[in-house]
Design a protein around this ligand. Structure first.
Ligand SMILES: Cc1cc2nc3c(=O)[nH]c(=O)nc-3n(C[C@H](O)[C@H](O)[C@H](O)COP(=O)(O)OP(=O)(O)OC[C@H]3O[C@@H](n4cnc5c(N)ncnc54)[C@H](O)[C@@H]3O)c2cc1C
Length: 396
């Protein structure tokens, strides 16, 4: 593709904006359009469950770029107008307000949307957290409530529980796993997370599925678990994961299977790429299809997509990485640790709440997790790279 052809990015957030910026940085001079469903200029999501929810940051502080940088990008931002259809052969996108946008290349960067509980009723006081508007609505709800139940003991649920607890609410964390992130990080790290939450006064109601949300006069009053236990609540947050925002691609002919399916170059079809949380691509060194929902991936994958749009032939093979902040714990997770992997504490001591754990499967390093030791964890990331270079990762 030439440097002057037109590019349309659908999804004006971390991955979409990073793709646009990388295109310009690498000499793209053609027309550049970013189409976004939300009215807001691009903002960052990690602070939504932390500083913004806590009220420590005003929403403007979560903006990804100052206005001047967005204007220097020389791109057209079409905001508040969700795409509803893609004609893949013509690379034409239709929007809710009946706009038709065409380009030589389309980049799908529409992220994910929160999964809902099958038992959800039309009750007020039940929240999800994905967007800035969600965060502001939840923050307002927290300020008027005393008892919060968070349904979902994954990263997002645990972060929301920690933030709400710090605000002084009576918080219960519910979900089927035995400890927060147990299925992802295994007993050592998730056990430490469980201790951390308990010590700060979060009540853990784990090991059970939510059977029902209860309500009175249209407002949520609690959560009933499958063991019959009732958890009273003024407010409920449902944080049970997310699904790729691909409904608008239903008739596009693209392969949709837990995301937009792409090759190792992040290409979904001729002239169509996917990037960020929505993209499921072939990871050439892990030798598997992968979709990552984390912030670093959004930026890193965008560099590869932009390079390939401009004619490079790069595959995308990152070491997956995410972080989470809960109370005073800053946790870094590199690679793909498994809950059943062997674990060795290689730095520090869990008793001191400063440690690094190495995860191994059949003698292969699969992951490194740092707990309040970011530098040491980052240095050990190379152990994952070396293991991958030495041999393919054994399957679980
Ligand atoms: C509350 C919260 C906290 C997080 N904390 C962390 C963390 O601590 N560490 C970490 O690594 N990651 C974290 N993440 C994940 C990280 O924010 C995401 O991985 C990242 O935002 C992905 O970027 P993206 O651009 O692919 O998707 P998104 O940021 O979801 O952006 C997709 C954009 O596409 C738009 N869109 C959707 N459908 C359409 C449509 N049909 N037409 C037009 N536009 C559309 C959406 O409105 C959205 O603006 C967090 C996420 C959330 C929600």
């Amino acid at each position: 593709m030439s440097e002057t052809h037109d590019v349309l990015v659908v999804g004006a957030s971390a991955a979409g904006l990073s793709t646009a910026e990388a295109l310009r940085r690498n000499g793209h001079r053609g027309r550049l359009t970013l189409l976004g469903a939300e009215e807001h200029v691009p903002y960052d999501r990690p602070p939504l469950s932390k500083q913004v929810l806590a009220g420590d940051w005003q929403p403007e502080r979560a903006r990804l770029r100052p206005e001047q940088m967005l204007s220097d990008l020389d791109a057209e931002f079409v905001l508040g107008d969700p795409a509803v259809r893609l004609d893949t052969a013509q690379r034409t996108v239709h929007t809710t307000s009946d706009r038709t946008l065409s380009a030589d290349t389309v980049v799908v960067a529409t992220g994910v949307r929160p999964r809902r509980l099958p038992v959800e009723h039309d009750l007020t006081g039940v929240h999800v957290l994905r967007t800035l508007d969600d965060a502001l609505a939840l923050r307002a709800g927290l300020s008027r409530s005393a008892r919060l139940v968070v349904v979902g003991e994954g990263v997002l649920g645990a972060e929301i529980a920690a933030t709400a607890r710090k605000l002084g609410l009576d918080v219960t964390l519910a979900g089927p796993q035995s400890a927060p992130l147990a299925n992802q990080l295994g007993p050592l790290v998730s056990g430490t997370l469980a201790d951390l939450h308990s010590e700060h006064g979060v009540r853990l109601a784990l090991g059970h599925l939510v059977e029902e949300l209860t309500g009175e006069h249209g407002r949520v009053t609690g959560v009933r678990l499958d063991n019959g236990e009732s958890l009273p609540a003024d407010l409920v947050v449902v944080a049970i994961g997310a699904e790729p925002a691909t409904a608008w691609l239903r008739d596009s002919g693209l392969t949709l299977d837990d995301g937009v399916v792409c090759d190792a170059r992040c290409q979904a079809a001729p002239g169509v790429y996917a990037v960020g949380d929505v993209a499921r691509w072939y990871h050439p060194t892990l030798r598997t299809m992968l979709r990552l929902e984390n912030r670093t991936n959004a930026t890193e994958q965008a560099q590869v997509v932009a390079a390939n749009i401009l004619g490079a032939d790069r595959t995308y093979a990152p070491v997956p990485y995410f972080w989470t902040d809960q109370f005073d714990a800053k946790v870094q997770v590199y690679g793909r640790p498994g809950a059943d992997d062997d674990t060795t504490v290689v730095e520090g001591d869990p008793a001191d709440r400063r440690f690094v754990v190495r995860f191994e499967r059949s003698g292969h390093v699969t992951g490194i997790v740092g707990w309040n030791m970011p530098k040491q964890a980052r240095l050990r990331r190379r152990e994952i790279v070396e293991a991958l270079d030495a041999a393919p990762l054994p399957t679980t």
